[in-house]
Ligand binder design. Sequence first.
Ligand SMILES: O=C(O)CCC(=O)C(=O)O
Length: 250
Amino acid sequence: MIHAPAANGGTRSNWLKALTEDGIARVRRVLMPAEINALIRALNAAPLGDSVRQKNGTYAIRNLLEVVPEIAQLAGRPRIRQIVEAVLGSDAIPVRGILFDKTPGANWKVPMHQDLTIAVRERIEVPGFGPWTVKSGVLHVQPPVTVLEQMLSVRLHLDDCGASNGPLRVVRGTHTAGRLKTPAIDSLRQEGRITACVAREGDALVMRPLLLHSSAPSRRPGHRRVIHLDFAARPLPHGLAWATGVGTGS
Ligand SMILES: O=C(O)CCC(=O)C(=O)O
């Protein structure tokens, strides 16, 4: 069942409160129309390669911080830093970027899940880290929950995303439940607590990676472009490094 949009908007204390309680909050008008147009131009000019997924047009770009320089700059803009630092502190670093689009040619869906993997620079065996995978040529690993709890995803909407545009659907409050096993996910999904997180173009949804989320196909033709940026509060431990190469731990 779909409830009203996730909490949001307004003042800093409002969205911070919603983020703490629900694991997701909407911050209005983070990007202005001119910025959105410039970002769309930069995304359209991304060089084709392993990171760009296409099916009658581009529907996803992985490694966005590396592939599109304007996105790395975006992650450092004051408006984004204000949001990120309010949650993670001033040492926060951008660690991954992905473009998600839904188009008539690639109208995808994803089942209810938590974001459990991080992109890292090289494989170093450290207790608590694993299993390892490679996505679009970049090494990924599941870190301990304590690492994921110190992360924030900022999802910047480049198009209006209403209930029929395949919005993110979340089970509010699940970000504090640690890593959930399949039976727990199934039962939470059936409890009817699902919220569709609608947004206007330029809005940001800020979200904790451990929040249970899914997404259905769009029921309208057109774009549903979201720049998904992950930030971490600190470097990784024991010589591991984020794929963006920012900071190595002790
Ligand atoms: O953008 C979406 O609708 C879903 C993306 C997703 O599943 C994710 O960020 O893990």
